[in-house]
Design a protein around this ligand. Structure first.
Ligand code: SF4
Length: 281
């Protein structure tokens, strides 16, 4: 039972680690991550935790305080995910977050994850209208919307994010999603992001303007109490050290180049993963 891990990214000084598990069950046209493809070396859950611990020792000389499991899609192999979370908890890392497209979250998996202790979720909803979702991802969103209800029913901590993609996922989509969420709980945190055409797999749209994002924000606020645009501003103050699979260094260097030209705050230092390998020493 293994998953491919193309990178592990550590944020300082907050001591959080992001594990990227590659491969995905969606085929989003606007996907911005290389981890959609099954890339990177395979690691068992035990090896992945060891990798995180070694990365933590390398950067901080200590364990991470928070671990985020993202991708790609982290729920593709539930047994691997459960094992990974259980091992992290055993290391006393209590703040574990799963970033998911929501499609494979079901009652059984949520119960098992809850049993392992404190855990939170980020559900990235691609579109509210099923036809838009199918066009964009290749899959229906019925399971995704059900998963959000289940998270609430299981009393798990989560927030929902959505990307404004002009002409594809417009303000009307955001509005419908917010109405849906408001019927569950008006206090659900909802984050709106803007589409990044520069990194997208297909150039299906453009970057939304600030005023379009503001309009989406105002619309969302009509239905929900906790709406934000973009990531937490604090994340821009962090320094990131990313351990990258050695075979992918060139691909990552190209991504860095584009990102730096777009974002003055881009602050990621790439390190070959071989620096913390082999695992057993
Ligand atoms: S769910 Fe995420 S990783 Fe998967 S294809 Fe969509 S954007 Fe990419």
């Amino acid at each position: 039972m293994k998953r491919r891990v193309p990178s592990i990214s550590l944020a300082s000084p907050v001591k959080s680690a992001l594990i990227i598990l590659s491969g995905c069950n969606f085929d989003c046209r606007g996907c911005i991550t290389v981890a959609r493809e099954p890339i990177g070396r395979e690691f068992s859950a035990e090896e992945t935790v060891e990798l995180v611990l070694k990365a933590g020792r390398y950067v901080w000389n200590s364990l991470p305080e928070k671990v985020i499991i993202g991708g790609g899609e982290p729920t593709l192999n539930p047994k691997y995910l459960l094992k990974l979370v259980a091992l992290l908890k055993r290391m006393d890392i209590n703040d574990v977050q799963i970033k998911t497209n929501g499609y494979l979250l079901n009652s059984w998996l949520l119960k098992e994850l809850k049993r392992l202790g404190l855990i939170s979720f980020v559900v990235d909803v691609k579109a509210f209208t099923d036809d838009v979702h199918k066009w964009y991802t290749g899959k229906s969103n019925k399971r995704v919307l059900r998963a959000i209800k289940l998270l609430d029913e299981h009393d798990l901590k989560f927030y929902v994010r959505m990307t404004l993609i002009p002409g594809v996922v417009d303000i009307e989509e955001i509005r419908k999603m917010c109405i849906f969420l408001s019927h569950i709980d008006k206090s659900i945190l909802f984050r709106i992001y803007g589409f990044s055409p520069e990194h997208a797999r297909e150039k299906i749209s453009r970057r939304p303007s600030r005023s379009e994002l503001l309009r989406a924000y105002r619309e969302a606020q009509l239905y929900l109490d906790n709406v934000r645009v973009g990531p937490d501003p604090e994340t821009f103050k962090l320094e990131y050290t990313e351990f990258r699979d050695d075979s992918l260094l060139e691909r990552y260097a190209k991504i860095d180049e584009v990102s730096k030209s777009l974002n003055r705050n881009w602050n990621i230092k790439g390190i070959p993963m071989s620096r913390i390998l082999p695992l057993k020493d």
